[in-house]
Write a protein that binds this ligand. Sequence first.
Ligand SMILES: [Zn+2]
Length: 120
Amino acid sequence: MHIRKGDVVELTTGDDAGNTQAPTTGRVLRVLPEKNKVVVEGVNRVYKHLKPSRRNPQGGRLSKEMPVSAANVLLYCPSCRRGVRIGRRYSAAGAKERYCKKCGAGLGALSKPREAYAKK
Ligand SMILES: [Zn+2]
């Protein structure tokens, strides 16, 4: 999976996707790897209508985000200021990291630095 919890992503398609001038971005709240889906803050919000129950005697509507397919989001690159495709590589310190395939900027370490992979 190319997305992790806490990432900022850009929506590429779907009801909440923006356009190239105003792309929709949001923070990933949850990742569902077994379904290949992610929950993005403020994206794909639905109202769940609740019947009055003992715990919630008033009933009413609950607004919440539903998962979207991970194929429809791209990791946001701050220097390109858009969603980009990513690659993986070892940083100079020897940590596995993701990077932007467009500009080459590192997009955060995925593991602790390991001596064996550090550039000498
Ligand atoms: Zn970039």
